[in-house]
Design a binder for this molecule. Structure first.
Ligand SMILES: [Fe+2]
Length: 235
């Protein structure tokens, strides 16, 4: 039996692009952080009310429209601090009134719950994942059996290769990943399951990864993503 966690992590699937919006609720303080507020913000506010939580922080994994279009609506109700990585703020070019800019490794305390920002470039230059206890909120960096596109403005498959290797090699295998979109037939997964079945974690040659990400994948795989056996990524 593991000790009860200091927080609970709630997922809401919202909007036309199967986005996941997360609410991290710190039990001791009643504070909450919402990750990537977008689409139907009333649903997020209702959840916070039901939990008796006060949203004090907004954590952004990156600046794409489908992850941020609810920021203003949250701020209308709560005087929350907005957090994002410094390189993402530069890339976005849109400075909110009082954003708090971070470097990878910074810890954001949501009450008694420390949340560590990891800088995970590849999908965008300042993409971030948020690591707390054995949970990892991955935005559009790592999906269940997939990873974020690298062909949009600011995307870089070489950076994504390094980012994914660092995540897979640097975190315990029992870490539970919580992605930014519901692209598989289950909402979350362990890093162990991803190391086994996520083709993007199978490459040990950069050029092959880039070929797979930029060309092969989109022609041959469709959602909901299924696991791929090692060695079966490309014929
Ligand atoms: Fe995105």
């Amino acid at each position: 039996m593991s000790e009860a966690k200091a927080y609970s992590l709630h997922a809401l699937e919202l909007g036309p692009m199967e986005n996941f919006v997360y609410l991290i609720h710190d039990h001791a303080s009643g504070r909450a952080a919402v990750v990537d507020p977008a689409w139907e913000v009333p649903r997020v506010l209702e959840l916070a009310d039901r939990l008796g939580a006060r949203i004090t922080d907004i954590l952004l994994t990156h600046s794409h429209h489908d992850h941020i279009n609810g920021i203003e609506a949250v701020l209308e109700r709560f005087d929350a601090q907005v957090h994002l990585s410094k390189p993402e703020a530069r890339f976005w070019g849109h400075y909110l009134d009082l954003p708090t800019l971070h470097h990878g490794g910074d810890v954001i305390d949501v009450g008694q719950t420390p949340v560590r920002m990891l800088h995970t470039p590849g999908h965008t230059p300042g993409s971030a994942c948020y690591h707390l206890d054995d949970d990892l909120v991955t935005g559009d960096t790592l999906f269940v059996f997939g990873c974020g596109r690298c062909d949009l403005r600011g995307g870089d498959p070489e950076q994504m290769y390094t980012t994914l290797r660092d995540l897979a090699g640097g975190l315990p295998r029992e870490t539970v990943i919580h992605p930014g979109h519901n692209y598989a037939d289950h909402a979350s997964s362990t890093l162990e399951e991803q190391v086994q079945g996520n083709p993007f974690l199978h490459f040990d040659r950069l050029e092959r990864f880039v070929e797979y990400r930029m060309r092969y994948h989109d022609r041959h795989r469709h959602t909901p993503y299924q696991p791929v056996a090692r060695g079966r990524e490309m014929p």
